[in-house]
Design a binder for this molecule. Structure first.
Ligand code: IPT
Length: 988
């Protein structure tokens, strides 16, 4: 290639002779980069030219296809798969979207985006070192400036810097071309369970430094106040000038140069001047420690001076003093064994696909804080840099995970020497970028990539470079939770059955903290048994928590009309978890992908618009910083269940809920308790003699405005039962109960009479766990009712019926008895022994239209199920019927309320019906029959019925997490045999 050709910005390229193309770096795993600057922890965002915005763009069918002069435009940062190209998002979990073996990619179809724009290089930058930084590009980035090849980078989730000092001229205009190849050798190690995209997903910057610059700053801040700052100084000329020096200042307090460090390096007599290394040091007296509960940060400024004292470069850091260590089988933060209440988080957005703004990330973390989370695993790659700043500031423990997942070809790649570079490159660059964040407490080598020599190589690098943090890797841990020789300091299984975890902790052979890297799979209506997990974790030394899978439902906002992603224009076209009319949340297959993994991408604790799912309230309660226990008759026992702080940041109020007497409140004084301490406090209320069942709740709220919650935000609501319900006998009165010839109740408020239901619209857990298939095989979804006899016995009518499935018959009896103001229904169903695990046993009926408000006494107000009800306190609740339903992306059983004692369903004019149950029961009131939900694939396909579909369940199966992980526990199953339940129905 001639110089003239290379320098001509108008050249249509990449020219075939372009070395960046000719080398075919997209199928060379050994090539992780070329011309790329070393990663470091100096933040250059301040003062940089931000090159975000519309770039000239064209999408080529392959990287070698000629670039034409037909440009469209694309927004940077952004993926082209969400921006009106023909290359649409595709979702696969484990399998690669193509059949080529690593390191190959599809030769004939490899979408390649060419981004180009002019940049005016500021004239003031004359004499300075000029760097282009591409925040992230997937999966291979090729950089040209003015037609000249500048560099190559791989790793779709880390930035790449390129020195343009000799390439661009200050005061002149340069043409920057970023070519992004979608499929490459690197795709095989970026096979994470998420949408496949192509593009530039984080900001592009151009910045300048003095020729003499801080190449890196490494901060070590220990919990004894010891602060060490290692600085790496470089000069663009290669040789360092004479006389430079570095100063540091921590919140106004000057750091000293560590002479010992200089002396230790003195051997060749030239020390720091030659090596460009210098260490600053200080000891901070009475240091305020950083923890997730107390995210205390100090401001550090590092200045690099020229010999004449003038400042050549400055780097600012926020420092958190804290220690992480493993002692025995405990992970300790500042010497304390902490519980890890974590979640796995992807960089996801329903409009951009992958690009997340600072405000988005802040909203994610604020929400997690409000719901009691204290930890994040950056599944499965380094997240956007701001995430770590926010985690430092708001208080989260972070497991920082490298961008390595070779799921489909895990075994081949883990030991493939061609990929050795990539493993070490990805892990080391993550560590170099994120090492100064106090929030990062553990490094992770990646996810689901088997275990091989490549992992050990990367682990070796980390252990040497950063001995201050443990590292983990699930693929290694799985070879033996206690084996000290493996590349994991944590036993970090995924979806391990709770009993196995407990058994390991009790076995006497445990050597490492057990913290599940993934557990409690949140797909659809899920997260059953979370409370059982936490009861075991808190009671069992050796267990320290885990990371729920996962934060997001990755539903992409899609226009139903043309099937395309709504993209950035879709802002505001969703509300409360639901897409606006004409739109839906797309999951796998919705973009016509030939291979996909369906709704498995919708497995988060929040909807795609970050609307919380009911499980969050469960989690919030399980993480409660204040707990309440009865203490005989002397009063109540309050405890501080935090690790590091008192209760001074909280305010509380007592609430007494009486089944038959409304709700009383009284101010509460929180005692001064250190972590782990308890105090006995007197009962705040004289319990009235009347009022029936009585529950005492402590509503705990934030006492001041906090960075993550305004004052008054509820933090938890621990509850105790003070008095049980008395059984009520409803005696028969002289009145008529009307049933038709088939024995079906005729009632003016019901459009469909109560019948037996054993079926629920399968949840994702029911489907993927195989339960739904069994239920269908038994015919539970198509039971055929056959009346056997209808007998009048005094005032009562007894209706016997049989419900036939394909493999058995249920005998069902309903006895209707008139009672004061209405009727009582006593029901009995006998299930055959073979039907040993059904979804529910109960009654279902439908009401007239217009009954739009549900008011109940029982658990609530949010959705709850038998194995997910710890966060739904008993009380008087009132919710519009339409708001009871949780709009899971793939319709399924939804909207249930556990522990309901009685309810009314009313119209605005206060007419309606009242139901009283014999015991606290699972109840659901929705606009949909189970069959409506079963038939729909997306929420927008559901057509609400005018009346309400009401289920009253004698027994309802737990939810479990069987879509990926253990099913619910046996105690939450619905057993065969006889079930009995009674209820009364009255008109209001
Ligand atoms: C595990 C993956 O690590 C995670 O990315 C996600 O796919 C999750 O499962 C399920 O949603 S791997 C699985 C094979 C246990």
């Amino acid at each position: 290639m001639t110089d003239a050709l290379m320098n001509d910005p108008s050249t249509h390229g990449p020219h075939p002779a372009d070395p960046l193309i000719a080398l075919r770096p997209w199928e060379a795993p050994e090539v992780t980069s070329w011309g790329r600057l070393p990663m470091n922890a100096v933040d250059r965002r301040d003062g940089a030219l931000v090159l975000d915005g519309d770039w000239r763009f064209q999408l080529l069918p392959t990287p070698e296809a000629p670039v034409s002069d037909r440009w469209s435009s694309a927004y940077v940062p952004g993926v082209w798969t969400m921006q009106d190209t023909d290359d649409l998002p595709q979702y696969t979990n484990i399998r690669m979207p193509y059949t080529e073996f690593p390191p190959q990619s599809p030769a004939a179809k490899n979408p390649t985006g060419v981004y180009e724009r002019q940049v005016d290089v500021p004239a003031e930058w004359a004499g300075r070192r000029i760097v282009l930084q591409v925040g992230a590009a997937e999966s291979v980035l090729l950089v040209h400036v003015d037609g000249r090849p500048v560099g190559i980078s791989k790793d779709s989730h880390l930035a790449a810097g390129f020195d343009l000092s000799g390439v661009v001229r200050p005061g002149e205009r340069a043409t920057v071309r970023l070519t992004v190849v979608k499929w490459s050798d690197a795709s095989h190690i970026e096979d994470q369970d998420q949408w496949w995209h192509g593009g530039i997903t984080r900001s592009v910057l151009l910045y300048a430094t003095d020729p003499l610059y801080l190449a890196d700053v490494t901060v070590r801040a220990r919990h004894d106040g010891d602060l060490r700052v290692d600085c790496l100084v470089r000069d663009a000329s290669g040789a360092l000038p004479e006389g430079w020096y570095v100063t540091g200042e921590l919140d106004g307090h000057l750091l000293a140069q560590d002479i010992g460090f200089d002396r230790a390096n003195e051997e060749d007599g030239r020390v720091s001047d030659f090596l460009g290394e210098v260490r600053l040091h200080t000891l901070v007296p009475q240091v305020r420690l950083w923890t997730a509960e107390t995210p205390e940060l100090y401001g550090l400024t590092v200045r690099l001076h020229r010999a004449d004292g003038t400042i050549a470069d400055t780097s600012r850091h926020r420092v958190g003093f804290r220690d992480v260590e493993i002692v025995g089988r405990d992970l300790l933060i500042n010497g304390e064994r902490v519980f890890i209440r974590g979640v796995n988080r992807h960089d996801f957005h329903p409009l951009t696909g992958r690009t997340v703004s600072y405000d988005d990330m802040r909203a994610d973390l604020v929400l997690l804080k409000r719901f009691g989370f204290n930890a994040i695993r950056t599944a499965h790659y380094p997240n956007d840099p701001s995430l770590y700043d926010l985690a430092d500031e708001l208080g989260f423990y972070v497991v920082d995970e490298a961008d390595i997942e070779s799921h489909d070809h895990a075994h081949e790649i883990a030991d493939d020497p061609r990929y050795l570079n990539a493993f070490v490159d990805r892990v080391s660059r993550m560590v170099l970028r994120d090492k100064n964040h106090p929030s990062v407490i553990i490094w992770s080598l990646g996810n689901e990539s088997d275990y091989g020599a490549n992992h050990d190589a990367a682990a070796g690098w980390v252990r040497r470079h950063d001995p201050t943090r443990p590292l983990q890797y699930e693929g290694a841990a799985k070879r033996g939770w206690a084996d000290p020789g493996l590349a994991s300091d944590i036993a970090c299984p995924m979806y391990a059955p709770l009993e196995e975890c407990v058994a390991h902790a009790l076995s006497g052979v445990q050597t490492k903290p057990l913290i599940q890297c993934e557990y409690s799979h949140a797909m659809g209506n899920s997260n059953g048994t979370l409370a059982d997990h936490w009861a075991a974790i808190e009671a069992t030394p050796g267990l320290q928590g885990g990371f729920i899978w996962e934060f997001w439902d990755h539903g992409i906002l899609q226009r139903v009309t043309d099937g395309r992603p709504a993209g950035r224009g879709g802002a505001g076209l969703y509300d409360n978890g639901v897409a606006a009319p004409g739109h839906r949340w797309a999951y796998g297959g919705d973009f016509g992908e030939p291979y996909h993994d369906g709704a498995f991408i919708a497995d988060g604790i929040v909807f795609p618009d970050r609307t919380p799912k009911p499980v969050l309230y469960e989690h919030r309660e399980l993480a409660a910083p204040v707990r309440l226990k009865c203490f005989r008759h002397e009063g109540l026992v309050l405890s501080n269940h935090q690790h590091f702080r008192g209760l001074e940041w909280l305010a509380a109020e007592w609430e007494l809920s009486l089944a038959d007497g409304g709700t009383l409140t009284a101010p509460a004084e929180l005692p001064d308790l250190r972590p782990g301490e308890t105090a006995v406090v007197p009962l705040p209320f004289e319990l009235p003699r009347d009022g029936g069942e009585a529950w005492l709740t402590l509503r705990v709220r934030t006492a001041q405005d906090l960075p993550w919650a305004p004052r008054g935000t509820e933090v938890c609501a621990p509850q105790l039962r003070l008095r049980a319900a008395e059984p009520v006998e409803e005696s028969a009165v002289a009145a008529q109960v009307e049933v038709d010839d088939d024995g079906l109740l005729v009632h003016p408020l019901l459009t469909v009479a109560p019948t037996l239901s054993l079926w629920r619209a399968p949840t994702d857990n029911d489907e993927l766990g195989g339960m739904a298939a069994r239920w269908r095989a038994w015919g539970l979804d198509t039971l055929v009712r056959k009346p056997v006899s209808v007998r009048r016995d005094g005032m009562s009518v007894t209706v016997d019926a049989e419900y036939a499935g394909t493999t058995g018959v249920v005998r069902h009896r309903q006895v209707f008895t008139p009672v004061e103001g209405g009727l009582r229904v006593d029901e009995e169903a006998e299930l055959p022994d073979e039907w040993d695990d059904v979804a529910r046993v109960g009654s279902v009926f439908e009401t007239v239209a217009g009954l739009d408000l549900l008011e109940w006494f029982g658990q609530g107000p949010w959705e709850s199920y038998p194995d997910r009800s710890a966060g739904a306190p008993v009380g008087h609740h009132s919710v519009p019927v339409d708001a009871l339903f949780t709009p899971y992306l793939r319709p399924q059983e939804s909207g249930g309320r556990h522990g309901v004692r009685r309810f009314t369903l009313s119209a605005p004019d206060a007419t309606g019906l009242a139901v009283t149950l014999d015991e606290p029961r699972q109840v659901s009131v929705t606009r949909y029959r189970a069959e409506d939900l079963t038939a729909a694939a997306h929420h927008d396909e559901l057509v609400p019925r005018p009346g309400c579909v009401v289920h009253l369940d004698a027994a309802h199966r737990g939810l479990g997490t069987a879509s990926c992980g253990p099913d619910t526990f046996p105690s939450y199953l619905v057993p065969p045999g006889v079930h009995r339940w009674s209820w009364t129905l009255r008109a209001l």
